[in-house]
Design a protein around this ligand. Sequence first.
Ligand code: NAD
Length: 487
Amino acid sequence: MSKDMKYLVLENYIGGKFVPCSKLMDSFDPSTGEIYCKVPDSGPEEVDAAVRAANEAFPDWSAKSPEERAKVLNKLADLIEARLEEFAQAESKDQGKTITFARNVDIPRSAYNFRFFASSVLHHTTDCSQMDHMGCLNYTVRCPVGVAGLISPWNLPLYLLTWKIAPAVATGNTVVAKPSEMTSVTAWMMCQLLEEAGFPPGVVNIVFGTGPRAGDALVSHPDVPLISFTGSTATARLITERSAPHCKKLSLELGGKNPAIIFADADMDQSISTTVRSSFSNQGEICLCTSRIFVERSVYPEFLTRFVEAVRRWKTGVPSDPSNDNGALISKEHLQKVKGYVALALAEGAQVHCGEGVDSLTLPQHNADGYFMLPTVISGVKDSSALMQEEIFGPVTCVTPFDEEEEVISRANGVRYGLSATVWSRDVGRVHRVARKLQAGLVWTNCWLVRDLNLPFGGMKNSGIGREGGKDSYHFFTEVKVIAIKH
Ligand code: NAD
């Protein structure tokens, strides 16, 4: 760890060593707008050094047994858990999320990602044909792919980075990871634990920097045969183009425009409290957040009134106060973009019920330049509006009535995205029927964000290509081979 007068200065982690970078850039504390740390602005040179280190480490790491690798992953999980509070404080300061969210969600899940894949990798089986198929026994084996390039976003920084590193190294790959330039601190803190956990030098390399420089160098590097990317659909298009000449294996986990469908027979109390959470958790900066709420017309007025009351109780304020539900948005630019959607709603004649422009937020003087915004509920928006079509990725949700089951399915599906959806009804037949017809990789009924890590995670349409999770991550991070033995 080094200090540049008053700022934390991060260094790349390459071949088991911290390596200073000649170019640095500022990273901000979203709750104050002040510089929090200096982050390497790495380019092709740094990425190439990391890929070489990962390539050198690959033969030994991939030759280890899954049990040996699992031991190292479990040890890293222990080390993260032992420093949970330190990691949570850093994640909250770097990202703007509340300390409560970082303590209860981000950091425990980051440690659990290592524990989960340490166990999961021990329990897969491969295929075998009938004993005598044309005089041969055919069976499959799975081998690690090589150096995995991992690129992650800023909303759940360590959580999403470890969701990629853990399965990649558990299956015997070595990695070069690039976290978001806006949230690099917890990845850098994790690098300090890798040697103690037992990772040989070069197995995990982390290069910090922007997408267009460090990210692009990784994506277009000829010795990186696989890219796992989580981020926006726009970036995924660039990554697809840049990796195409090398025929890379790609996993793309992208944005969403997730509907919640509330039928008149739903449990009102539960649907309201969960939909507040699903719309506004982590400032609405989760790819799975609800941003379109369709409510059956007979209960629409009651739902809207009670929903707005509940949203007003969702507390926004300084991230370090554990009583707050929301902290600050990631950046000034993002805040302006999200607020721009509210301005557009007003220009289109929609009604803003609470939040931006309606209620006021009192903040301590020190946080006056922070990127805060109140949770905002809008109605009267057309389905064709940008508010109903584009991913806002902030604390804004739109509510609209519907009349028929088929109508709401078609409207819910009427966007380019297909990540997740929630359905609220006590009618079990309807729940199954609607869930099957929704174009989404995940459908939650009468709940939200219940995740079994064994099951496939990912989206359809513009929300992504491929799935991650237990068996899916195992398949993605390995190549399958058929071996035929003539007897
Ligand atoms: P982003 O696409 O701007 O950036 C994501 C990562 O890609 C960052 O590390 C960035 O530096 C890098 N990057 C940017 N340009 C690049 C390029 N040309 N080449 C290589 N890498 C490049 O996304 P973001 O703003 O950081 O994150 C928000 C987005 O992520 C939202 O759309 C959200 O829905 C999505 N997301 C999806 C999931 C999921 O699992 N489906 C989870 C979280 C976030």
